[in-house]
Design a protein around this ligand. Structure first.
Ligand code: MF3
Ligand code: CO
Length: 248
């Protein structure tokens, strides 16, 4: 079932989303060569807590860190460690915060120092794929309309579309119905209505779409070792469009 949020719930989702956006803004300045992913994770935790929220990922299904930090060929759910960021890396921060029982969820990929033109291309077009997907959203569309828009854009730019991981509804649970794949056909899938809240999150690869799970049971990496990017916003569907809840 896809829930329609009440005004009160939407207000809490706006606050949770804005805390996530602020956390991104805050962490950006630290993404320099030499910082460890563990240090970034702790900065995120302390910032989220200072805003009266909690990191939703912490202990979610046993997840052992506060946010997800994925470097280069890591697609999602990278776990903070002693690993140091290096010049030329790209790093995705996937940040979820819970405020008074309601969640916000947003991922963004950042450059560390000077990155290759290929990585710039991947980041630019993955961000654009997110906004292509968002551009079709309004009351009365189908989930497949979003996936279609994202996939067509990605394919036109020769990027691999990760299929194993999908966007999702957001509310008093981090992951709610519906699933929001980054592929699909127009006019298919669940109907979306004003008052629903979803996370749209293309994960695109510079190489093939294939991914696999590391032995840590969390980190998903590309099969060919090529880099991957991930851009995600939590949005509220409105009568004639959408409102980004995880604004920067
Ligand atoms: N934004 C991530 C997702 O939607 C949140 C994962 S929390 C984790 O998959 F605990 F599973 F890492
Ligand atoms: Co998500």
């Amino acid at each position: 079932m896809i829930s329609i949020k009440s005004e009160r719930e939407i207000e809490l989702l706006r606050i949770a989303g804005s805390i996530v956006g602020e956390t991104h803004n805050y962490l950006k300045q630290y993404l320099k060569p030499g910082i460890t992913t563990k240090e970034i994770d702790e900065l995120a935790r302390d910032f989220i807590i200072s805003k009266g929220a909690t990191p939703s990922c912490y202990h979610y299904e046993g997840y052992p860190a506060n946010i997800c930090i994925s470097v280069n060929d890591e697609v999602v759910h990278g776990i903070a460690s002693k690993r140091k960021l290096k010049d030329g890396d790209i790093v995705t921060l996937d940040i979820c915060a819970c405020y008074k029982g309601y969640h916000g969820d947003s991922a963004w990929t950042y450059a560390v120092g000077n990155i290759s033109d290929e990585k710039k291309y991947l980041m630019e077009h993955t961000e654009k794929a997110l906004f292509e997907g968002l551009s079709v959203i309004k009351n009365g569309i189908h989930v497949g309309d979003i996936g279609y828009a994202v996939e067509q854009y990605a394919l036109a730019h020769h990027l691999g579309v990760v299929k194993e991981l999908v966007g999702h509804g957001v509310g008093n649970q981090l992951h709610e119905d519906p699933e929001v794949p980054n592929y699909g056909h127009k006019g298919t899938g669940p109907l979306l209505k004003s008052g629903m809240v979803i996370a749209v999150e293309p994960m695109l690869n510079l190489g093939t779409a294939d991914v696999y799970l590391l032995d840590d049971d969390w980190t998903v990496v590309t099969a060919d070792g090529e880099p991957s990017a991930h851009f995600e916003h939590t949005i509220l569907i409105t009568d004639d469009g959408y409102e980004i809840l995880t604004k920067r």
